[in-house]
Design a protein around this ligand. Sequence first.
Ligand SMILES: [Zn+2]
Length: 237
Amino acid sequence: MLHPLYSLKEEVENLFIRFGFKEVEGYEIVDRYENFEFLSFHPFHLSIEERNAFILKNGKLLRTHTSSMQYKMMRSFSPPFKLFSSGRVFRKELSGIHRYVFEQIEGLWMDTTLTFKGLLNFLNVFIKKLIKVEKIVFMPAYYPYAHPGFKIVSFCPVCKGKGCRLCKHTGFLEIMGAGMVSKNILEKADIDSNIWKGFAFGIDLQAISVFKFRLEKIDTFLRNNYFTFKNFKKYVV
Ligand SMILES: [Zn+2]
């Protein structure tokens, strides 16, 4: 029997493939350039991000997000392309949803005809195939490598918007972060920003698992208890 998180990962990956995306093999040890500088982290933002990174003795680090794969994708493939990469990311921070290691999936779509409106429409359809939520909200968000950038949130499935520990008492949970790839990122990758436009979006697998399994405590889910997992199967929506 597969861990429910891995079954969910396969499900999300299959959804990407159904939407015409090709998988790119990822790697966990990256250099600062791939993880931060290529993605245009501002010095202030960078200091916060760096504090949360596990730095290795050789100066490399464990990637803090799968957006670090954008470097490989843009350098190794010529547009047009639709690519995704999934895997573990590592941060020295804890939240209602995360422990130090968690899973993300990054999508990158590059073509000449992509528009911001097209990105919103695409993600609307994509999320409806992924999870059953009554309402999703697009909220402006800052990502140094995406402009405009936004996150997609929905009412916390545990407290139904009233506020609980899991959603840090906001009533909302983030489903994914997304945006149009910034022009300066395209230029750094030698992609002509007057011709090519990009969609980038990152999904947090554990956040999706909260919606799918109506989890109240992520710890229960991360323990390797066979009987707990058998129960989770029933709650898949
Ligand atoms: Zn909540």
